[in-house]
Design a protein around this ligand. Structure first.
Ligand SMILES: Nc1ncnc2c1ncn2[C@@H]1O[C@H](COP(=O)(O)OP(=O)(O)OP(=O)(O)O)[C@@H](O)[C@H]1O
Length: 261
């Protein structure tokens, strides 16, 4: 990460409610360009919902998100809660094309593994030949090139997770959102994923926001850590500060593996 870092994503005052339940409250979050920000939190804390809002898959009820320097030639794209359906709104299309969200159970199209990786590239206007070349290279990097012609629905959970990472590698989005990327990976797959994540940051200049419940994974990959608890960001800090000098007692207890009630 460069010494002078700019914030690529700045969320202010995000709130989200499902029925009577307030799932996110007054969320402020900053994501520096070229960094890996890990969102840690307990089950049901709102991590996936926050990722979906930041990734423009879900509207917030209140608040704004500024995306700086993601769309070429456009300094800032601002999202606010008056947009009811950011997924459909053409205003956000150039922004969405520069972002990729990868979920624990990736959306898999009913076609070959290779086509699943190529799809995003072709959607963005990359020629078929180049898309195939980049996709095969990505599948080799994640270790499932021999599955390229196989039907994607026949992949195991861990292989599907690798397919998600291959999509990111092939596409090289400016901003990558990963939801519990190593949840179904074996130790070798987890190491591969974490190494690729660091490679994407260091060599490809990508910025990532990673949701996990695994504090050890956060220690290994994070530049910044945000702790989300019961819909609120309790603390956001550089990794070492977060783990060695947590400011909030709930963060200290979470990091120590204690039950938060
Ligand atoms: N579409 C929805 N409709 C109603 N409630 C929802 C919806 N999506 C999420 N929730 C609720 O919002 C809360 C936060 O869910 P979310 O998936 O964001 O949490 P999480 O931190 O990712 O949890 P986990 O670690 O268990 O995956 C949960 O109580 C969940 O039941």
């Amino acid at each position: 990460m460069s010494a002078i870092s700019t914030d690529l994503v700045t969320a202010r005052g995000l709130r989200k409610r499902f029925g009577a339940r307030e799932v996110l409250q007054d969320i402020d979050l900053s994501v520096s360009a070229g960094s890996i920000t890990v969102i840690l939190g307990t089950n049901g804390a709102g991590k996936t919902t926050l990722l979906r809002i930041l990734g423009l898959l879900e509207p917030a009820d209140e608040g704004t998100v500024a995306y700086d320097g993601i769309v070429p030639g456009v300094s800032t794209v601002t999202y606010d809660a008056s947009t009811r359906n950011p997924t459909q709104d053409p205003h956000y299309l150039p922004l969405r094309r520069r972002m990729l969200l990868a979920f624990q159970h990736p959306a898999i199209f009913s076609s070959s593994v290779l086509s699943n990786v190529m799809y995003g590239l072709q959607l963005r206007g990359v020629s078929r030949a180049e898309a195939e070349e980049r996709s095969m290279a990505a599948l080799r990097e994640v270790g499932i090139a021999e599955r390229a012609r196989q039907h994607a629905s026949s992949l195991s959970g861990g292989e599907a997770a690798r397919l998600s990472v291959a999509r990111a590698l092939a596409l090289q989005p400016r901003l990558l959102f990963l939801d519990e990327p190593s949840a179904s990976l074996d130790p070798y797959g987890t190491k591969l994923l974490e190494d690729l994540l660091l490679h994407m940051r260091d060599d490809l200049g990508m910025t990532a926001v990673v949701v996990t419940q695994d504090i050890f994974e956060a220690r290994r990959v994070a530049d910044q850590v945000a702790f989300l608890h019961e819909g609120r960001i309790i603390e956001q800090a550089p990794r070492d500060d977060f783990f060695t000098h947590p400011r909030d007692d709930r963060t200290r207890r979470f990091v120590a593996g204690e039950l938060l009630v």
